[in-house]
Write a protein that binds this ligand. Structure first.
Ligand code: SF4
Ligand code: SF4
Length: 472
């Protein structure tokens, strides 16, 4: 038997062997433009996220970019707060909260995140808009693609790709700007002084956006997005999703307006294919619910406009639940949703408490094990430590370092006279902690090193470590 993976799949039926190419390339999807409630809603749900993405890096707070991920110093500035690597658990927490919020919304309203706010959808919408502006709606685009190359085709296609590239470049600049500093990035690029890594990432994200929203589009939703694969687990019979009302629509077929189609045994679907032509993932919702459906509601708008033209009632395709479709009622309050809501409230509360009570200064203590464990000098036993202080506050501070240990020992510290750190600065300082030899009654005991801001005693961080002395 061959070890090669077949590129053709055999299918047997009626004594006939048929083949299907497994790596068949997808046909280009020409989406028809449609007006309607959901088309409008999609504009308004995508817009705030777009505006936030593009303009947040341009807003400064306290003289610093409002959202700035400073990788070399491992500091993440988000509005008025600075997070460090030690806050990684908060990020994990945030992702878990976001996942539960997504589960809750999906259980209630199906895949609306995908259809209305997912960046893949929003960027694809922008690219489709550019296509429509330069090349016209569906039929004109199809005709243009089939037409031989001439000046008009070059100008129209050139216009589309120029707008796509401009959107892609703006996206890359904004994205890389979150890590590089958007103002510096633009100035450095314009003056040819940008760091090679900055140039590489801008080029990379420009290309990735151009390919993704320009060519991959629905294939990302269908084949690459892991969420598409498991979202159906969150659906129940009361989840609101886009359904075709087959009872009302079938038997489908074309007919003349104003004929008594019901007398001829026909349903409301006139088989015009508008619902298929507007679908961004190229499916026919009349075949039933499919995992590819991103719940965007465009087929609802398309079908409603057809129903209006025919003088039929709207809602042949609509947001409804399986229960309602079977003649029942949608239950909005259900145990699973209560469970998600409870988890969300508890986790969000804990997260907020952690963020609000975290100290903006952080100290790390390392006992110097490099040389000897301790040193004796002039009747004193000395241990050396390195104290790393990270000022994540928005104000500069002078810091003191104290030792708290056994009350019967006279601890003394030798350290630099002043430790002054500007906002965002990190500083490592060696300190020598001494105890008179004749006071020491143990070879090893715990001490606590306390780092405190002089101007604000509430900014304090304490760490436990050990003090080692000679054998008694
Ligand atoms: S748009 Fe409505 S009427 Fe037209 S094919 Fe789709 S379901 Fe039928
Ligand atoms: S079937 Fe309708 S709701 Fe689903 S993706 Fe296509 S257009 Fe959007």
């Amino acid at each position: 038997m061959s070890d090669l993976i077949p590129t053709r799949e055999e299918q047997e039926g009626d004594g006939e062997v048929r083949y299907r190419m497994l790596y068949e390339s997808e046909d280009k999807v020409y989406i028809r433009h449609i007006k309607g409630v959901f088309t409008r809603v999609r504009k308004y749900t995508g817009l705030p996220l777009l505006l936030a993405f593009f303009f947040l890096p341009w807003i400064n707070i306290d003289g610093r970019q409002s959202v700035f991920f400073d990788l070399p110093t491992r500091q993440f500035h988000i509005f008025w707060t600075t997070f460090g690597p030690q806050d990684g658990f908060l990020l994990g927490w945030l992702l878990i909260i976001a996942a539960f919020a997504l589960f809750a919304v999906t259980t209630l309203l199906g895949r609306v995140w995908c259809g209305f706010t997912c960046p893949q959808t929003v960027w694809t919408m922008m690219f489709i808009w550019a296509e429509r502006v330069c090349e016209g709606d569906r039929n004109k685009r199809m005709k243009l693609d089939k037409a031989p190359w001439n000046l008009e085709k070059v100008l129209r296609k050139g216009g589309t790709h120029t707008i796509w590239l401009l959107i892609s470049l703006a996206t890359a600049l904004a994205f890389v700007g979150y890590f590089y500093g958007v103002r510096e990035l633009v100035v450095d690029l314009a003056t040819f002084n940008a760091h090679p890594q900055g140039v590489f990432w801008v080029a990379f994200f420009t290309f990735a956006t151009y390919m993704n929203a320009g060519f991959l589009r629905e294939q990302v939703c269908k084949y690459m997005c892991p969420y598409a694969r498991f979202q159906s687990v969150m659906y129940d019979e009361d989840t609101l999703a886009v359904y075709y009302d087959a009872k009302r629509g079938e038997t489908r077929g074309p007919r003349k307006k104003n004929v008594d189609y019901k007398a001829e045994g026909m349903g409301d679907c006139i088989d015009c294919y508008w619902c298929v032509q507007v679908c961004p993932v190229d499916i026919d919702i009349r075949d039933g619910m499919q995992y590819e459906c991103i719940n965007c509601g465009l087929c609802v708008d398309a079908c409603n406009s057809v129903m209006d033209k025919m003088g039929y009632e709207q809602g042949l395709i609509r947001f409804t639940s399986e229960d309602e479709l079977q003649g029942g009622k949608t239950r909005f309050l259900r145990p699973r949703l209560f469970g998600y809501a409870l988890i969300l409230v508890a986790m969000t509360g804990l997260f907020a408490q952690q963020v609000m009570t975290r100290s903006p200064i952080e100290a790390e203590i390392t006992r110097d094990r490099g040389a000897r464990m301790f040193r004796e000098s002039q009747g004193q036993v000395q241990n050396v430590y390195t104290v790393k202080i990270n000022n994540m506050d928005q104000a500069p501070h002078e810091f003191t370092i104290k030792v708290e240990g056994k009350p019967e020992y006279d601890y003394s510290i030798r350290k630099p006279k002043t430790i002054y750190l500007v906002p965002g600065e990190m500083f490592s300082v060696p300190i020598r902690v001494s105890v008179p030899r004749d006071q020491l009654k143990d070879t090893k005991h715990d001490i606590e090193i306390v780092v405190q801001a002089v101007d604000n005693p509430e900014l304090v961080d304490k760490h436990r470590t050990v003090f080692i002395g000679p054998k008694q």
